[in-house]
Design a binder for this molecule. Structure first.
Ligand SMILES: [Zn+2]
Length: 138
């Protein structure tokens, strides 16, 4: 893959310039252990091409990323006895994206692991008919 950005930490990892603990890679994706883990087996999955967010990542790359997530999830179920998995992703500054190379956090889950990966979001009140008119995909 050649579409790399010199200032991007993930591109530098893919290029072998920056160090990383790589768990798995294939033609499309690289999976690494982040320096600070939030769960046992916490893994970050990135595409080998530089894409910033969900908005500019080609569908075939997204497909490869999700297939890789499934592969890892199944593997972690066997090798570390994970009983579940959360996939976390952010696209855009307002979604709290911090590294601007598309990435998915995979958090293996275990019985009584004490992690709350599903925050209590506020309930908002909207007119769903009006909203539907604005959101409907024709
Ligand atoms: Zn990059």
């Amino acid at each position: 893959m050649t579409d790399t950005h010199p200032s991007c930490i993930f591109c530098n990892i893919i290029a072998g310039i920056a160090p990383a603990v790589i768990v798995y890679q294939n033609d499309d994706c690289l999976c690494l252990l982040p320096p600070e883990a939030n769960a046992y087996g916490h893994t970050v999955i990135i595409p080998k091409v530089h894409c910033e967010s969900l908005y500019d990542t080609p569908s075939e790359v997204l497909s490869a990323l999700m297939t890789t997530c499934k592969h890892l999830a199944q593997h972690y179920r066997e090798c570390i006895n994970a009983t579940g998995v959360n996939l976390l992703h952010a696209s855009g500054i307002d979604a709290q994206q911090s590294a601007f190379h598309f990435h998915i956090h995979l958090l293996p889950r275990f019985t009584n692991d004490g992690i709350d990966a599903w925050p209590n979001l506020p309930v908002i009140h909207v007119d769903r008919e009006v909203l539907l008119e604005r959101l409907r995909v024709e």
